[in-house]
Design a protein around this ligand. Sequence first.
Ligand code: NDP
Length: 249
Amino acid sequence: MTNYENLAGRTAVVTGAASGIGAATARVLASNGARVALLARRLDRITELAEKINADGGQAIAVAADVTSDSSIAAAVSAVHAAFGRVDLLVNNAGVMLPRPVTEGNFAEWQRMVDTNFLGLLRVTQAFNDDLTADGPADLVNISSVGAHMTFPEYDVYVATKAAVTHLSNNLRATYGPLGVRVTNIEPGMVATELVDHVREEGKAFLDEYVASMQPMSADELADIVAYTTSRPPNVNLRQIMALPTSQY
Ligand code: NDP
């Protein structure tokens, strides 16, 4: 594994750290010397991961948090501050993907995706705004998707939330860049994670075929990209990264 020395001494928050890209990102940041707060709803999962990181010589805490809830995020901010103080690296990774033909409109699913993928990301960013903009360089990393640029029937609303994240990230740079906060938008292609487990039965066949047509990246490979971008010299901002499996087109 590559060593990213610049991450030592950083204080990171990773949302959606219970599985997949978020869990892998928490692991790689911690193994490079960052203190890491793991946020997700499944406390058992993040507690287990935090214990493993600490047993391996890293520093991690598990904080149960729902990015769709103001009060939950406010409590999480307090818990992170009590344990680690100022946060200088935020990875907005929590997300859900619930595909369905838009003609079968399911408002609850649309709302859940918008609330988690877009408004949740804004909520957490705002909650850590004062940390990020306090003295010294900081990183804001948003996990969008290549879907932000695709026409993808049945995934209409999911890819729309990701297009919103990509567009928001580009604009956040204008505000945060001059304040010393590096904003990085990462758009992964297919990554082997639990994201697909929430897809309803009728949508599974298409997805299985799509995934079988390529060799998905691993969550660790994506996490390595997060570690790479956040360990560049503070004045170097890889603002937009589209990372695809070689065989995905
Ligand atoms: P996972 O399903 O493994 O991870 C999603 C994480 O988000 C889980 O840890 C989940 O934890 C957390 N989460 C979901 N809802 C909430 C919520 N309301 N509050 C807090 N945490 C929440 O999938 P991935 O690792 O693949 O997904 C990570 C990100 O990567 C997502 O934003 C996804 O859209 C994006 N992405 C993934 C791709 C892929 O191919 N896998 C491709 C492109 C982008 P818990 O349920 O415990 O809260």
